[in-house]
Design a protein around this ligand. Structure first.
Ligand code: TMP
Length: 221
């Protein structure tokens, strides 16, 4: 039995984190065992790499060094957490995964996307999300949210950078419509939550029909 791998993606300030815990509870309520994780991080080693990557005092990091560090953390996470959980039939719910590297380092920093994809491929070790929720939000609105706290090294980048990252995400979503579901994160929080829940339930309905009957928020059913 293999589980499902669900990722939450979006630019900083798009509100992903707010919905992670709720989605976990919803999936647990219909009988799934769920593991929550995040990138970069999710393992002791990965959290140390995260500190280096997000520390505003880390200066002059080469874009390819970034790709390799995100993927070093990813490789550890895949082997230590994601693959074992999927093999045990659990649902892994991750805040960010390989799409972040394509959007932030590929589209955002301008590295060739095919090279970023191939480095990602080494770290992913055959693991690929079954479903991705892309929380899409206007860059200016997201930025206003970020600037309410002290920005980390990535968040210090300018609006144009975040525009490229957002466009990158939307390009990925356009290329992989079967996997990536766009959630309009400009809506009220309850509505964003409802849409995110619905997208997950639609996925579950197709892949685990018996479980989805236990809780069904679909207006069409
Ligand atoms: P977050 O966990 O608070 O979203 O912070 C992670 C930051 O790292 C966020 O700004 C996005 C960035 N990031 C990349 O640039 N590339 C990646 O591959 C990943 C996973 C994250």
């Amino acid at each position: 039995m293999t589980g499902y791998f669900i990722t939450l993606e979006g630019i900083d300030g798009s509100g992903k984190t707010t919905h992670l815990g709720f989605l976990k509870e919803m999936l647990s309520s219909i009988g799934f065992r769920v593991v929550l994780t995040r990138e970069p991080g999710g393992t002791a080693l990965g959290e140390k790499i995260r500190e280096i990557l997000l520390d505003p005092s880390t200066r002059g990091m080469d874009p390819m060094t970034e790709v390799l560090l995100y993927n070093a953390a990813r490789s550890q996470l895949v082997k230590e957490v994601i693959q074992p959980a999927l093999q045990r039939g659990l649902v892994v719910l991750s805040e960010r995964f390989a799409d972040s590297t394509i959007a932030y380092q590929g589209y955002g920093l301008g590295l060739p996307v095919d090279i970023v994809r191939s480095v990602n491929g080494v770290a992913c070790n055959g693991v690929y999300p079954d479903l991705t929720l892309l929380f899409d939000l206007d860059v200016e609105i997201a930025r206003a949210r970020i600037l309410k706290k002290v920005p980390d090294r990535v968040e210090c980048r300018d609006v144009d950078y975040y525009r490229r990252v957002r466009e990158g995400y939307l390009t990925i979503a356009g290329e992989e419509t079967h996997r990536v579901k766009i959630i309009d994160a400009s809506q009220a929080i309850e509505e964003v939550r409802r849409r995110a829940t619905q997208a997950v339930l639609d996925f579950v309905r197709v892949h685990s029909p018996s479980r989805s009957k236990e809780r069904d928020d679909s207006p069409s059913s």
